[in-house]
Design a protein. Structure first.
Length: 692
């Protein structure tokens, strides 16, 4: 329990004891935590002091083990060049070349030598571990299940842990509503697998699994497949009871045949496991719908009617049909406005329908039309799936009239304000302007497990230290594995400048620790960045790249992670200092190239990318000459239009309280600092309580 609690909330649940730990012994046990950049809150120390020394030591030993994993200190980080970074900076090019030759011939690391280094000077504040409670811990389950956005792989694993651990007792932790159908499918599947034949499971299914697509997601969840339906699922052999449940849910679904035709191949595979024809007497509508997709029988669909109206130029007829599905109306509004001679009519109808559109879609429409100002932009796409990819193209669409765009934005705001006003009061609210740099976590499906999880495209300030040290650690799998850490340098116009990698160890103010090509016991690589020197030489963006040079996917490795440290002195302390780690991310996707982050040196910000690629990208392509390659991805992340947390939280503050300028006067603080009511890293809370 505490492993999950510490990782997600930086809290520990500690029951009161009846013994005593002296301050001397407590201080001794806490010293190792400080070296990792963590300290215990006063109330947690007080609670632990009521335990026996042996029990307190055991709990802190387990917590320390998890803290080491969080910052990457559970592995030994030994650079190729033992004196890194001073040695790499001082060695001649010839000596670096000879070292590399020796290294590649012997496939071994140069042994570490040298005197003990003094401790690193570090100005960063530690991470505070708070005292938690059972109620707060169990709220993690409620918030994950009730999230109004997709969950990451780690989120899904944690939610499944609650379902397996609590079994039938988990019903008291489930929310009344499931705003996001993927999360409903995961919960329902786990209930069917772990809660036995509890009648509450069937009631939940009957109440919430309303469409055939919901049932398809449920079947994917029971089969251990992708509940987002972005990837095909190999369906399991369902039990007799599971088949009856799934067929019964399909029989009660509206627009059944249309839903089946929308994902005909997936439903055909599901039909092979359900055998609906054998149960035609009990589930006749389901059997008939499956026969339509199996035998390719003609059927008139909703989307077909809309597309025919648009093809004939009858925009109003298409809009009238779309009113039956307000979410579709909202998503197609831009296209309708560009084709319509009477945009005011469409905007008025949208305003009337907006109360039936989900919060996530309204936020996306609001952000989209705020940016429809006629400026040349890129259109950025993140395809749905378990791997984060980004595509972009020049926006060639005709502009939308500025007045019309403002009306759409106003309609979205009014609908959201009315919705949020029905929620409990927040009192006096302060909203930190820095939240404008944080993207609303609407799609975390492909997010990597990280020390601090951010929505892709978010920006966080770089610490005041003048140096950044990137790090990578990995271990061989079934064969030799060569993972390469590199950085790609770009100018102010996203123009490619240079790459610092195993074949180019230094330049522009960046220094590589040396290439390691075999890691039977684990291996580490580092790159040091002198921020001031890089900027003085014309570098604006530094893109971090991790490449599986030997071709294995990250998911096939026992362990692989990367991150970055903020340093004030590169040659003091150890090459890896846990307390200087700002962020660490696990690389475990089915990809071979990872672009975790980019540094914007002009704005002194970290741009969170978390992009996975299958093939080696083209670093040197310019955006002007070719819309491809990493420079385009970088520009896409830099310019993309997404809903931000400042907009979301300001709407909540306006609807549920009053805005104040001074945070000390506020009852509710939305910001990035510790002690705020909601921060960008409280993603469970944001998705479950602020995206409803």
């Amino acid at each position: 329990m505490n492993e999950l609690y510490l990782r997600r909330r930086l809290r520990l649940h500690v029951q009161p004891g009846t013994a005593c730990v002296t301050p001397q012994r407590m201080a001794g046990m806490m010293q190792e935590l400080e070296a990792l950049g963590f300290v215990l809150a006063d109330d947690l120390v007080s609670r632990l002091s009521t335990w026996s020394p042996e029990d307190a030591a055991r709990l802190l030993r387990d917590a320390t083990r998890e803290m080491r994993k969080l910052v990457g200190a559970h592995r030994q980080h030994v650079p190729l060049h033992a004196g890194f970074p001073a040695q790499v900076m001082a060695l001649s090019d010839a000596q670096l070349y000879l070292n590399a030759v020796s290294h590649y011939v012997s496939l071994r690391r140069i042994p570490s030598e040298g005197d003990e280094r003094p401790p690193l000077l570090n100005n960063r504040s530690p991470r505070v571990v708070e005292l938690g409670s059972l109620e707060d811990f169990e709220a993690i389950c409620t918030r994950l299940a009730g999230a109004a956005a997709s969950l990451s792989e780690q989120d899904r694993a944690d939610l499944s842990w609650f379902m397996r651990q609590y079994q039938a007792d988990v019903f008291r932790l489930l929310p009344a509503k499931f705003p996001f159908k993927e999360n409903l499918a995961l919960v329902a599947a786990q209930l069917m697998l772990h809660a036995g034949e509890d009648e509450r499971t069937q009631r939940l299914l009957d109440e919430h699994c309303r469409t055939a697509t919901d049932v398809l997601r449920l079947a994917a969840g029971l089969s251990g497949g992708d509940v987002s339906l972005a990837a095909p699922t190999r369906f399991t052999r369902f039990t007799r009871r599971q088949r009856r449940v799934l067929l019964g849910l399909l029989e009660g679904s509206p627009a059944l045949t249309e839903d089946l035709r929308r994902r005909s191949e997936a439903f055909k595979r599901l039909g092979e496991r359900l055998h609906p024809g054998e149960h035609a007497g009990r589930f006749p509508k389901t059997a008939e719908a499956f026969s339509v997709i199996r035998d390719a029988l003609p059927f008139d669909t909703f989307n077909g009617r809309v597309e025919r109206a648009l093809a004939s130029g009858d925009v109003m007829a298409a809009a009238l049909a779309l009113e039956a599905r307000p979410g579709e109306y909202a998503r197609r509004l831009d296209a309708l406005l560009r084709k319509c001679d009477e945009p005011a009519v469409l905007v008025a109808r949208f305003a009337a329908l907006a109360s039936r559109v989900s919060t996530a879609v309204l936020l996306q429409v609001l952000a989209h039309f705020k940016a429809r100002d006629g400026q040349a932009r890129l259109r950025v796409f993140f395809p749905k799936g378990d791997v984060a990819k980004v595509f972009a193209q020049r926006d060639a669409r005709e502009p939308v009239d500025a007045h019309t765009a403002r009306q759409v934005v106003h309609g979205c705001e009014q609908a959201l304000l009315a919705r949020f006003a029905a929620l409990p009061s927040l009192g006096r609210c302060h909203v930190d302007p820095a939240l404008a740099h944080h993207v609303v976590p609407l799609a975390q499906r492909a997010a990597s497990k990280a020390l601090r999880t951010l929505a892709r495209g978010s920006r966080i300030p770089m610490p005041e230290g003048g140096f950044v040290r990137l790090f990578l650690w990995w271990m061989n799998g079934r064969s030799r594995v060569d993972i390469d850490l590199s950085v790609v340098l770009y100018g102010d116009d996203h123009r490619y400048i240079d790459t610092i990698a195993f074949y180019n160890l230094r330049g522009w103010g960046a220094h590589h620790s040396g290439d390691i090509v075999d890691a039977p016991q684990g291996a580490a690589e580092f790159i040091d960045l002198n921020v001031q020197m890089l900027r003085a030489r014309g570098v604006r963006f530094v893109l971090m790249c991790v490449n599986s040079y030997s071709g294995q996917a990250y998911c096939d490795l026992p362990e692989c992670f990367a991150g970055w440290m903020s340093r004030t002195d590169l040659n003091s302390g150890e090459p890896f200092e846990a307390k200087t780690v700002v962020d660490r991310v696990d690389l475990a996707s089915d990809t071979r190239i990872s672009l975790p982050l980019a540094l914007d040196l002009q704005r002194r910000e970290v741009l969170w990318a978390d992009i996975g690629l299958q093939d080696h990208p083209r670093f040197a392509n310019s955006v002007e000459s070719n819309l491809a390659g990493v420079s385009l991805m970088l520009r896409a992340l830099h310019e993309m239009v997404k809903p931000d947390l400042h907009t979301l939280m300001s709407l909540h503050a306006r609807a549920r309280g009053t805005l104040v300028d001074d945070p000390t006067d506020a009852d509710t603080r939305f910001g990035t600092a510790s002690g705020c009511t909601v921060t960008p890293w409280d993603q469970d809370l944001i998705r479950s309580e602020y995206l409803l």
